[in-house]
Design a protein around this ligand. Structure first.
Ligand code: FAD
Length: 339
């Protein structure tokens, strides 16, 4: 390994969607699986603080990263299994998620189209079990291949062992900071029907005559463009908080005090409360904290409105959490990883 391949004091401004001007002490990017395996084998990660950084679309840096950033640039989609009805593909961790969605839609493979336009890489999609518009990636993942940086061995785990739940997986719990995902396998269908149940989709699809996968993808893109800020224009990391999940008793009590509360029924009599509604009701829509604010069309998204620092964004998120807790007694858990 040539030590010149590790860049020193490297700017992460182009590698985080909050567009924060922060630096990594060291930065290493690799193009092939064998490069990262070799890198780990030679002990370059041993005893070091490290971070695997995809597109940085789910991370808030509150300052410089005093450690080694590992950045996968591994691309490729290959067919693992194929039958009359289904296809299983293996996708490299560094692939851009939405390029993969576009690829599947162009091939007429069903299952992934509602997850159009989510920023980030394929490797990271398994970390927080990305989801949108009535779909979650855990419905499609068959297995995940990773390298364990402690024993330097490669493992493949199946969907069940990934312990997926709402914006969560084993990679955020037991395997946190212990592995580097190398590739993810997905099962897609060769025929199927569109998943139109989510609010807004039927209206968005109504302008197409016989909508298929391409029209569904376009509708999702249209909805997202109308609601979410593009990180190229306004720094953000999507939803900053998870929607809090409560039991029916708590929900009924809240509903008594706040009859217009927005909520969705989950499985096992759990109720998901809309965090955006909670934030809006705290009067935080037009609030600004040292350049950090919430997006006017979607208060669940914290934006870097006016050259905010990562520290200011974090402080603002804590103000939101405090106000929501004081008013509703609910604890907002960040979806974004705070470093
Ligand atoms: C405008 C916008 C809209 C968004 N909309 C949605 C949405 O609808 N639904 C949704 O679920 N999310 C959404 N997000 C969040 C984000 O896109 C996803 O969480 C995405 O999967 C992050 O990918 P990334 O490559 O940027 O990961 P990063 O932010 O770089 O990393 C996230 C975490 O994954 C780890 N990681 C990344 N790659 C690997 C790897 N190969 N091996 C091990 N660990 C790894 C990192 O260390 C970090 O802990 C949105 C973000 C933005 C900016």
């Amino acid at each position: 390994m040539n030590s010149a391949e590790i860049k020193i004091n490297y700017s992460l401004k182009a590698h985080n969607t909050f567009k924060l001007d922060v630096y990594a002490s060291e930065f290493y990017e690799y193009d092939t699986e064998s490069q990262i395996i070799d890198f780990i084998d030679k002990g370059h990660l041993t005893g070091k603080e490290f971070l695997v950084l995809g597109s940085g679309s789910n991370i808030l840096f509150t300052g410089n990263f005093e450690g080694l950033v590992i950045h996968p640039k591994t691309y490729g989609i290959s067919i693992v299994n194929e039958s009359k009805d289904k296809i299983e593909v293996c996708v490299s961790a560094g692939e851009i998620w939405d390029d993969f969605v576009q690829w599947a839609v162009n091939k007429n493979y069903y299952g992934i189209e509602n997850l159009s336009m989510i920023p980030g890489t394929v490797g990271a999609s398994a970390i927080q079990n990305i989801g949108a518009y009535g779909s979650e990636v855990s419905d499609l993942i068959t297995e995940v291949k990773y390298i364990d940086i402690t024993d330097k061995k490669i493992y493949t785990i199946n969907n069940k062992d990934c312990e997926f739940s709402y914006r969560n997986s084993i990679f955020k719990t037991k395997l946190k900071n212990k592995v580097i995902i190398l590739s993810v396998n997905f099962q897609l269908q060769k025929s199927g029907s569109l998943n139109c149940e989510y609010t807004g989709i039927p209206e968005a699809l109504s302008c197409f005559k016989n909508p298929g996968l391409k029209e569904m993808r376009q509708s999702i893109i249209n909805i997202r463009n109308s609601k979410l800020p593009a990180p190229e224009d306004i720094g953000n990391a999507g939803s900053f908080f998870k929607n809090p999940v409560t039991d029916n008793d708590t929900y009924q009590k809240l509903k008594k005090d706040f009859p217009d509360i927005k909520a969705f029924y989950e499985n096992n009599s759990k109720i998901k409360i809309a965090a955006a509604w909670l934030i809006e009701k705290c009067g935080l829509k037009n609030y600004e904290h040292y350049g950090a604010s919430v997006y006017e069309k979607q208060p669940l998204i914290i934006i870097n409105k006016n050259n905010a620092t990562g520290k200011a964004i974090f402080e603002f998120s804590e103000i939101i959490r405090k106000k929501v807790f004081e008013k509703f007694g609910l604890n907002l858990e960040p979806e974004v990883i705070i470093l």
